[in-house]
Design a protein around this ligand. Structure first.
Ligand SMILES: [Zn+2]
Length: 284
């Protein structure tokens, strides 16, 4: 592993002290769930047509040992989150206003690059948003291009994953604008959304984000661990429109669990509560 990537991953571990962190620590005593079979079951070919496509997706859920999530509702005609006029303050968002039983998945950093995760998301057709850090992805930019090709969003999570509250305005701007440029050069689209590492931001972050062309700062309501979900609210339930944080993490960071097993656990939590997954960029 590249030293800078290892450093970023280590920082996540060392700084994981609260719900607010973007790299929350795994509680030590949670029960294990059965692992999803990720490598031994052959893919089921999709029949043709829309019904056939849905049948293909349901077969894919069976392959990954997950109860199927409902198809998400059609995206709203008008996005429910109003973005600021030019010169206005960048909003800081942890949930999307909606009555639908939908949540939004976000995967951060980019240290793990498991090809099985690409297969899984291609087969399940689950939309998600990537908040990418250059020092974590630079060893293999192409991996995230494969995920972008599935229709999933590439958004900004700084160049080197610092705690922005420890940096002055100019350094914050360099971290955010620098990554805007890198992501635009690599993936062809200027990011609209920004997530500060560890969820730590201040007014300098807002000003820097605005000056870099960011339209919204995106935080989260739930954080996926290995098998458990960490909730910010006391009722420990998903609420309509919640943004869920997960990470590109593999066995070395997940106590031997693979990224696809962690993702299967995440999707089971969502399915069990009667929710499904929608695309953040359709609402924000
Ligand atoms: Zn992060």
């Amino acid at each position: 592993m590249d030293r800078r990537i290892r450093g970023a991953a280590l920082a996540c571990v060392l700084l994981a002290t609260s719900v607010a962190t973007g790299c929350a620590a795994e509680p030590p005593t949670e029960p294990r769930r059965p692992a999803a079979p990720s490598r031994s079951v052959p893919a089921t070919p999709s029949p043709r047509g829309e019904a056939g496509a849905r049948a293909g997706v349901e077969a894919a859920y069976a392959k990954w040992d997950i109860e199927p999530l409902a198809a998400p509702p059609a995206p709203p005609d008008a996005k429910p989150v109003g973005l600021p006029a030019a010169g206005g303050q960048v909003p800081v968002i942890s949930e999307i206003p909606t009555q639908e039983k939908i949540v939004f998945l976000t995967f951060d950093d980019g240290a793990e690059k498991d090809p099985e995760f690409v297969t899984m998301m291609r087969e399940l057709k689950i939309p998600f948003t990537m908040f990418l850090t250059d020092s974590a992805i630079s060893a293999d930019y192409g991996y995230f291009g494969k995920l972008q090709a599935l229709g999933d969003g590439v958004q900004n999570h700084t160049l080197t994953h610092p705690n922005l509250r420890t940096l002055g305005a100019a350094a914050q701007k360099q971290e955010i604008c620098g990554q805007q440029t890198k992501l635009k050069d690599r993936y062809g689209i200027m990011p609209r959304l920004f997530r500060p590492p560890y969820g730590n931001w201040n007014e300098d972050t807002r000003a820097a984000a605005a000056s870099c062309g960011v339209e919204a700062i995106v935080l989260w309501r739930e954080s996926m661990q290995i098998t458990n979900m960490q909730y910010q609210r006391g009722d420990k339930k998903l609420h309509p429109g919640d943004i869920v944080l997960a990470h590109f993490r593999g066995p070395s960071e997940l106590k031997g669990t693979t990224m696809t097993e962690m993702t299967a656990n995440l999707l089971r939590h969502i399915q069990e509560q009667g929710f499904t997954v929608a695309r953040l960029e359709d609402y924000l």
